[in-house]
Design a protein around this ligand. Structure first.
Ligand SMILES: NC(=O)c1ccc[n+]([C@@H]2O[C@H](COP(=O)([O-])OP(=O)(O)OC[C@H]3O[C@@H](n4cnc5c(N)ncnc54)[C@H](O)[C@@H]3O)[C@@H](O)[C@H]2O)c1
Length: 266
């Protein structure tokens, strides 16, 4: 339970937040909101171009932000991420698993490499990051883990995403069981299920889908109709992450919050 005043609930001053996949899309939206809320930020991303983005956070929000190049599917990289973060900030309060890929392929034409790659980034990555982050949090008496799943963790949004849907169903199952395991350690573990969010990755995927639609063997189904008649913005997931990381959600663990403009109602 929290005795904090309403304005204190979203004050993350001097807390350390690690965000995988934080250089663009939803992850970057999350990084900006936590920086605004006073947190120190670690962006862990496979992309090389992290320094300019972290400088922007440092300059605009007067917090400490660092970039640690990390491939979440690599055990060595994830261990290094935790070690480097502990060195620079001494502790991890909040760990957000956002890094993910969503390439399209029908199952009948899917190579084993394709399947393994999607599971390696989306599911193995979440496992490795959660395991290492939790070990670190236990040393400091607790923490908070948020996994960015998807509406596809609950229901398919379009054909061609079978590998992705398997990985995201896995993330949701893993989140629940980990929440069970870590409750006694004062670590809450929750998930967010975004619907269609306007990001660089989705833009790229839409180009791919347009090209694939010219191929008669490609999946022809359009994405589900959205009752709110628009895509979401990264910030509309970032504010849900703030809620889950804050004491405003102090009795929640093993939960999933759907933020999808009503997509799953259809
Ligand atoms: N955008 C959506 O509509 C949507 C919907 C539901 C769920 N999601 C989930 O949200 C997360 C972010 O999606 P997005 O649309 O912002 O994606 P995005 O492609 O715009 O950004 C993803 C980020 O993850 C990084 N990344 C990719 N592979 C990585 C790896 N192996 N290690 C570390 N970093 C890696 C990329 O460099 C990039 O910065 C993903 O897990 C995705 O599945 C997105």
């Amino acid at each position: 339970m929290s005795n904090k005043k309403i304005n204190e609930l979203f004050d993350f001053t001097s807390q350390t937040v690690v965000i995988t996949g934080g250089l663009m899309g939803i992850g970057w939206g999350i990084a900006e909101r936590f920086a605004e809320a006073g947190a120190n930020i670690v962006i862990a991303d496979i992309n090389e171009t992290g320094e300019t983005k972290t400088k922007k956070l440092n300059d605009e929000y007067n917090i400490k932000a660092v970039f640690i190049k990390t491939d979440v599917s690599s055990e060595e990289d994830v261990k290094n991420l935790i070690t480097q973060t502990e060195k620079q900030f001494s502790k991890i309060n909040i760990f957000i698993n956002d890094a993910g890929i969503f390439p399209l392929s029908p199952v009948l034409g899917m190579s084993l490499d394709f399947w393994e790659k999607v599971q390696a980034v989306n599911l193995r990555g979440v496992f490795l990051c959660c395991r290492e982050a939790a070990k670190s949090m236990i040393k400091n008496g607790g923490g908070n883990i948020i996994n960015i799943a998807s509406v596809d963790a609950l229901h398919p949004s379009m054909a061609g995403l079978a590998a992705y849907d398997a990985s995201k169903h896995g993330v949701w199952g893993f989140t629940k069981n980990l929440a069970l395991e870590l409750a006694k350690e004062k670590i809450r573990v929750n998930a967010i299920a975004p619907g269609g969010i306007r990001t660089e990755g989705v833009e790229e995927m839409s180009h791919g889908a347009t090209k694939a639609a010219e191929n008669p063997e490609a999946p022809q189904e359009a994405p589900m109709d959205v009752p709110m008649k628009r895509m979401g913005e990264p910030d509309e997931i970032a504010t849900v992450a703030l809620f889950l990381a804050s004491d405003a959600s102090s009795y929640m663990t093993g939960s999933i919050i759907v933020a999808d403009g009503g997509m799953l109602l259809k």
